[in-house]
Design a protein around this ligand. Structure first.
Ligand SMILES: [Cu+2]
Length: 157
């Protein structure tokens, strides 16, 4: 009888501990430490099947973290990209991750780092909003809503 009571008590304590951990945000991982501000997606005419997402990222973690992937229901393929100068020509290149140094702002902007959206499943009109899920190095995720904006400074593809 006493053993059974102890077991029940141990189970109750375990349950309580797991609720406390979930409540403190520990379950959020890196996603809970990265703030995302000013997200937007470039509006494109219906014939164009690619676009890009831009935003400001800032990690509050004490060690370097990485954005390793992204997903969106509006795009068949999503890739992390950067621009680089190659003999005076700006080219885009796929990268495996975006560095998130501790407590530093990282800009995803036209002509620089960006999240590339290929194989668009719908027209992206100004005023629409696009869900984008950011995936970090510990596989934690954060989904944001990025408004669609017309960007005059069009990137060359
Ligand atoms: Cu690109």
């Amino acid at each position: 009888m006493i053993a059974g009571k102890r077991l029940r008590m141990a189970r109750t304590i375990l349950l309580f501990a797991s609720i406390l951990m979930a409540g403190s945000g520990m379950a959020d991982g890196v996603a809970g430490k990265v703030s995302v501000t000013e997200p937007y997606v470039r509006a494109v005419p219906p014939v164009v099947k690619t676009s890009a997402a831009f935003m400001q990222l800032r990690s509050d973690d004490s060690v370097e973290r990485f954005l390793v992937n992204a997903e969106s229901p509006v795009a068949g393929v999503v890739e992390l990209h950067m621009h680089e100068h190659d003999d005076g020509v700006m080219r885009m290149r796929r990268i495996v991750h975006i560095h998130l140094p501790p407590k530093k702002d990282v800009s995803l902007e036209p002509g620089g780092l960006h999240i590339m959206l290929f194989d668009l499943k719908k027209t992206l009109k100004p005023g629409d909003s696009v869900p984008i899920t950011l995936i970090f190095d510990d596989d934690s995720r954060k989904t944001i809503e990025a408004p669609v904006r017309s960007v005059t400074d069009m990137m060359r593809h």
